[in-house]
Write a protein that binds this ligand. Structure first.
Ligand code: ZN
Length: 240
């Protein structure tokens, strides 16, 4: 069983009726239900909980953390960001969704500004698989459509991804690197674009399949932690 924690700032759903209509129990609950229990043990955490629900113990028992945030990025305490960062570096997987591109944790892991173009115009998004051999693309058609989404367009200010799996095209003409992976320390990071809060994106079967594939991909590899610093030779070094 992969231990998954779905973290959501859980602000829009409480403040905006149009979001509550789509996600009455919060985005985290919809994601947890959509991920399901087949191979996954899913818990949720939210910004308003003590330590944002991300205590040392909770994170130690998390294999893959999913992050949805937007209006509350600045409300996330820096010491919690450092704690999540440290867990990623020692092997926890992280899946950053949609507006999480501007979260403190994503920016810290990327080291770049992470800005992009955006527009809310109820437009069509077509998502293309451009690396069909990648495990994150398993079971996904060559392309699929979300009838209404927010547009995110290039240039997306991220480092060149280690792997590019999915690319989006939008009705208005822009394109975007929608599914990107990054290796950081012993940890794996997957950025996945869709999921604006006013649209039912996290009920879409293909979107949920990508997220489930992402969880399996990002789960800890189990490799031994690297040893650094001054090192005794493993073989005899002959005097010269
Ligand atoms: Zn959005």
């Amino acid at each position: 069983m992969v231990k998954v924690t779905v973290w959501n700032e859980f602000l829009h759903e409480n403040l905006h009726e149009e979001v509550r209509r789509v996600y009455p129990d919060g985005i985290h609950k919809a994601l947890a239900d959509g991920i399901g229990t087949d191979g996954f043990e899913v818990r949720t955490a939210t910004l308003d909980q003590p330590e944002h629900g991300l205590t040392d113990e909770f994170l130690a028992n998390t294999d893959v953390l999913i992050w949805w945030g937007h209006m509350g990025h600045d409300k996330v305490e820096d010491y919690i960001v450092d704690r999540v960062h440290a867990r990623v570096m020692n092997g926890m997987g992280l899946i950053v969704l949609h507006s999480g591109h501007f979260s403190k944790i994503f920016k810290k892991l990327m080291g770049t500004g992470c800005d992009l173009k955006w527009r809310e115009a109820d437009e069509k998004e077509r998502i293309w698989v451009i690396n069909p051999a990648h495990p994150i693309a398993a079971g996904i058609p060559e392309q699929f459509v979300l009838d209404k989404e927010e547009m995110y367009g290039e240039h997306f200010d991220i480092p060149v991804p280690d792997e590019l799996v999915l690319v989006s095209w939008f009705e208005g003409g822009e394109v975007f690197r929608t599914g990107c992976t990054f290796f950081r320390g012993q940890g794996k990071v997957f950025y996945f674009r869709p999921g604006h809060e006013t649209y039912p994106t996290y009920y879409n079967a293909n979107v949920l399949q990508v997220i489930k594939n992402g969880i399996r991909w990002a789960a800890p590899s189990g490799a031994a932690a690297p040893i650094r610093g001054n090192h005794q030779p493993l073989e005899e070094i002959k005097p010269k």
